[in-house]
Structure formats: C-alpha cells, structure tokens
Design a protein around this ligand. Structure first.
Ligand SMILES: Nc1ncnc2c1ncn2[C@@H]1O[C@H](COP(=O)(O)OP(=O)(O)OP(=O)(O)O)[C@@H](O)[C@H]1O
Ligand SMILES: [Mg+2]
Length: 214
C-alpha cells in the first residue's frame, strides 16, 4: 500500500447514484478485508448534522448564498479534523458522499459565486487534503429529474433545471482542471457495471490484497 489510509470522494448532481455506489463499494472493500468508513456531507459529526438540518431542511428563514457556502465549509472542516484525518492515520479507507468539489460545483458554478474563492475556503477547511480519487458520476439533468420524481425535495433539490445544468458543467470543468484525481463515470450505466469500474479504480490505489506478495 502506498500510504496509510486513502480518501475517496463521490460527486455528481442529485440522484446520480453516489449513495448507491458508495455503499456497494464499502461492502466490497469490507469483504476484501479493508477497514472502511463512509461519511456524508454536510454531516458526519454532531456539528455537521446540525448544520445539515439547517442548510437542507430549514425553509422558514433565509440563508444568503455566502452564508450557505460557509455552513458547508464549516461542516467539512469539523468532519476532516474530528473523523477523517484520524481514520486515515489509522489506515482506514474513507469514502465521502460529497466533499470539497460539491461546494465549488453547487455554490460556485450553480449559484455564480466566485469559484476561486470557494476553492480557497476549501483549501483552508480541509488543510489541502484532497482525495486520491474523486468519482464524478455523470448523468443528464433529465435522467436525474426522472429518478428523483416522487421523492420529497430538500432546499437545493427544489431549484430549477438550469441550476443543475450549471452544476453538471461545473463538475466537468473541475474534472478537466483536476484531472489527476477526477474519474468521470457514465452514471447511466447499470449500478453493477459502475460498481465494478469504481472498485477496480479504488484497488489501483489501495492495492489488491490477493495480488500482494506476502
Ligand atoms: N446506475 C443507476 N441506474 C439507474 N438508477 C440508479 C442508478 N444508480 C442509482 N439509481 C437510482 O437513482 C436514485 C438515486 O440514487 P442515489 O440515492 O444513489 O443518488 P445520490 O447521488 O446519492 O442522490 P442524492 O444526491 O439525492 O443523495 C435511486 O432511486 C437509485 O436506486
Ligand atoms: Mg445520496
């Protein structure tokens, strides 16, 4: 193994399949004998879950755009310090259901806030510890809409289609800029196919137990 623990993030617009994949990969890795932890953003800590409730579900008071960014970034700063860094130190594989790129895609590209400033806020919050790989699961906005129809929408999911188009293009721009860590996946493939591709990519980083010489 190249380093002690390894960090992977899963990104994409709402409904692309992040949560489906992350738990599949977690099970695969556990079966292979790895220690694995999953966290969702915002959340993962007591402070983070409280902030999640506010930022996603409280619709009874306004949250201005810049405050929204800071709430997400605050949750992230707490998560990495309290959970992620210590787990990586112990050699655990950490899978994140959204991470720094979500703020850039949603608040930067989606809400037209300055992208470079959000990247700087992320750098500060996560102490520049970016994932080994970021799996961007790409689906069309129309496909996302049809997958999520019928589900109750949170504050962000209630936004218009154009917002999600901007986010998708934002992710594609990030994938191009940070091509060393981004893996773009066609999210309209069947879940099992995606799972195999992602697992192979994770094992390239953490090493395949069966292939290691003893
Ligand atoms: N590859 C796939 N093909 C078709 N449907 C899928 C695929 N992956 C997930 N789904 C379905 O799409 C819906 C959304 O999946 P999931 O909850 O994993 O997405 P998500 O990216 O975590 O969404 P959110 O951002 O809202 O948390 C679920 O009903 C899931 O069963
Ligand atoms: Mg999810």
């Amino acid at each position: 193994m190249k380093e002690k623990g390894s960090l992977f993030s899963f990104e994409g617009i709402d409904g692309c399949g992040k949560t489906t994949q992350i738990y599949g990969i977690r099970d695969d890795l556990l079966e292979l004998g790895y220690r694995v932890e999953v966290f969702r953003e915002p959340g993962g800590t007591a402070l983070g879950e409280e902030l999640r409730r506010i930022v996603l579900h409280r619709k009874d008071f306004p949250i201005c755009e810049r405050a929204e960014v800071l709430l997400y970034v605050t949750s992230r700063a707490q998560l990495v310090r309290e959970k992620v860094f210590p787990l990586l130190e112990q050699g655990t594989i950490v899978l994140l259901d959204r991470y720094a790129d979500s703020s850039v895609a949603y608040q930067g590209y989606g809400r037209h806030l300055p992208v470079e400033e959000i990247i700087r806020l992320n750098d500060f919050a996560i102490e520049k510890r970016y994932p080994c790989k970021t799996f961007f699961i790409d689906i069309s906005v129309e496909e996302a809409e049809s997958r999520l129809s019928g589900k109750e929408k949170d504050r962000l999911e209630g936004e218009e289609q154009e917002f999600f188009h901007r986010i998708r293009l934002g992710y594609l721009a990030l994938a191009k800029r940070f091509s060393d860590r981004f893996v773009i996946l066609d999210g309209e493939q069947p879940p099992d196919v995606l799972r195999k591709i992602i697992l192979r990519s994770v094992l390239e980083v953490v090493g395949h137990p069966k292939l290691e010489t003893r």
